[in-house]
Design a binder for this molecule. Structure first.
Ligand code: GLN
Length: 231
C-alpha cells in the first residue's frame, strides 16, 4: 500500500425529492437524509469511487436539472418511462413498483381506479401517478402538489376524494400511523425505478450500472432492501 496516492474522488451530484419515504426523506431524529435510495446511492458511490453530493429538490424539476447539468444523476423513486427515456438515460432497474389509489378510511364509495371518474384527486406534479389520475378524471378535478406529503395531507383533510401515488410510499405512509387513510383496488401499472443520468454522461451511467451489479451480487443490495422492505 506504500505507493498508493491519495487522489481526490470525483464528485457525483445526485438530486432527489427527499419527501418520498421510505425511498428518500429526512430522518426526524437526526435531521439527515435517509431511505432506501439514499443508502443505495451511498453504496454505489462507495463502490464506484465517487464522493456523493446529495441534493433535495422538487420532483418535477429533477429532469430539467439533469438536462442543464446542475446535477449528474437522479435517484428519486423515479419510474423508467418511454417518455423520460427520450431525454435522459436510465440505469438498470433497481426496484419494482406500481401505483395505487388511496382514499380516506371511512370512504366506502371508491373501491378502485375505475371509480375515480368525476372525483377530486390530489397528486404529486410530474409523476406517473399524476398521468394516471389524468386518465381517470378531468384535469380540473386534479390538484397538483410539489410533494407527496402535501397530496396526502389534502386527502386527510378531506379536500380531495383520492390520491394516486406509488404503492410502496402509500403503504409506508399508512403504516407510519396514518390509519385514517386506506388503499383500494389493485396495484396499477407495473413500474420500475431507475437512476437517471444525462444522455451524454455515458461513462457515469456505466459506472453506476457496474456498481449496482456488484452490489446485487455481493449481497449489499439485498441487505439495504431487507432493512427498508423486510424480505
Ligand atoms: N415513481 C413516480 C414517478 O416516477 C413518483 C416518483 C416520486 O414522486 N418521487 O413519477
Amino acid at each position: 500500500e506504500t505507493g498508493k496516492q491519495d487522489v481526490a474522488k470525483t464528485k457525483l451530484v445526485v438530486g432527489a425529492d427527499a419527501t418520498f419515504a421510505p425511498f428518500e426523506f429526512t430522518d426526524p431524529a437526526t435531521g439527515k437524509y435517509t431511505g432506501f435510495d439514499v443508502e443505495l446511492i451511498q453504496a454505489i458511490c462507495e463502490e464506484a469511487g465517487y464522493e456523493l453530493d446529495f441534493r433535495s429538490m422538487g420532483f418535477d424539476g429533477l429532469i430539467a436539472a439533469l438536462q442543464t447539468n446542475q446535477i449528474d444523476a437522479v435517484i428519486s423513486g423515479m419510474t423508467i418511462t418511454e417518455d423520460r427515456k427520450k431525454i435522459v438515460n436510465f440505469s438498470e432497474p433497481y426496484y419494482k413498483s406500481g401505483l395505487v389509489v388511496a382514499v380516506q378510511e371511512k370512504n366506502n364509495q371508491i373501491k378502485n381506479f375505475d371509480e375515480l371518474q368525476g372525483k377530486k384527486i390530489a397528486v404529486q406534479s410530474g409523476t406517473t401517478g399524476a398521468l394516471h389520475a389524468e386518465k381517470a378524471t378531468s384535469k380540473d378535478k386534479i390538484t397538483y402538489f410539489t410533494s407527496s406529503d402535501q397530496a396526502m395531507l389534502e386527502l386527510k383533510n378531506g379536500a380531495v376524494d383520492a390520491v394516486v401515488m406509488d404503492y410502496p410510499v402509500t403503504a409506508y405512509f399508512i403504516q407510519q400511523g396514518n390509519k385514517d387513510v386506506k388503499m383500494v383496488g389493485e396495484i396499477l401499472s407495473a413500474e420500475e425505478y431507475g437512476i437517471a443520468v444525462p444522455k451524454e454522461k455515458t461513462e457515469t451511467l456505466e459506472k453506476i450500472n457496474t456498481a449496482l451489479k456488484t452490489l446485487k451480487e455481493n449481497g449489499k443490495y439485498g441487505e439495504i432492501y431487507k432493512k427498508w422492505f423486510g424480505e
